[in-house]
Write a new protein. Structure first.
Length: 266
């Protein structure tokens, strides 16, 4: 279980007051409650705003010792015409206090706009700018690319060269491939349905749990989409898996995440 993290995107969402949080729970207690129902949270607020070290310290204090945060990097680092010029924005984000999360700091997600096309030279220049650590704590980087031009072996080769994971999603709107490029796996699942209380049918939640177990044990689930086969994939060794219920029917995201966690415990 320690190798598999299942969670949601953020913890502040008004409909969750009806579907997830206990009645009359103070807003200030939402993170404390959410972090005891799921095992990780992907923070979206860091994409739009620069947080302070005190914010990260507060998140650390309010969550269980074995909890983890994934942080979406600030948009000024990725929403630009020339990625090679992102160095200052990258450093500003990394230096904003991430290290205050200590052992609860999970992967950093770098999300690119759907209009951003794959430029091999510029993208490699960007990857060279990503730091290996923050204040001595190793960093793990995730690439969330959203243009079909990235669905080529050359992109995967670059990701592997710089040990960055590539997002796997079930969204019909973005590139979807399950090629392994790092020593961990990162999923952003975005196809939940509002008319299903758990977001996905029980058998689908069970399949998510089975895939997570296979990846965590060092294997690769069968039947998932790959780009150009999977030659050059990292060695088959035990690996961490991060699975987040992100979009679609967001009001169902907590139930979907808890459904996968229940399957993992079964």
């Amino acid at each position: 279980m320690t190798r598999i993290r299942v969670g949601i995107g953020g913890w502040t969402y008004e409909p969750w007051r009806e579907t997830f949080y206990p009645e009359k729970l103070p807003a200030a207690r939402e993170l404390a409650h959410a972090s005891r129902q799921v095992t990780a949270i992907e923070v979206n607020g860091t994409y739009y705003s620069t947080m302070t070290p005190k914010s990260f310290e507060r998140w650390f204090a309010e969550t269980p010792d074995d909890f983890m945060f994934s942080l979406k990097a600030n948009r000024f680092a990725t929403n630009r015409r020339v990625l090679a010029e992102a160095g200052e924005s990258i450093q500003r984000f990394i230096g904003s206090g991430l290290a205050r999360l200590e052992h609860k700091l999970g992967p950093v997600l770098w999300q690119f706009a759907p209009t951003k096309k794959f430029d091999p030279a510029d993208f490699e220049a960007f990857l060279k700018l990503l730091p290996a650590d923050v204040e001595g704590r190793p960093l793990r980087h995730v690439l969330d690319v959203r243009n079909d031009s990235f669905m080529v072996p050359q992109f995967l080769q670059l990701a592997r060269q710089y040990r960055a994971a590539v997002v796997f999603t079930d969204s019909p709107d973005y590139p979807s491939f399950a090629n392994l490029t790092a020593d961990f796996v990162y999923l952003r699942l975005m196809n939940a349905k509002s008319d299903i209380p758990t977001g996905y049918p029980p058998e689908v939640l069970a399949s998510f749990a089975d895939c997570a177990r296979t990846w965590a044990d060092g294997g690769e689930p069968s039947g998932l989409p790959l780009v150009g086969g999977d030659a050059g994939a990292p060695a088959s060794t035990p690996r961490d898996v991060f699975m987040f219920m992100i979009n679609g029917a967001k009001e169902r995201a907590p139930a979907a995440a808890m459904g996968v966690l229940a399957n993992l415990k079964a």
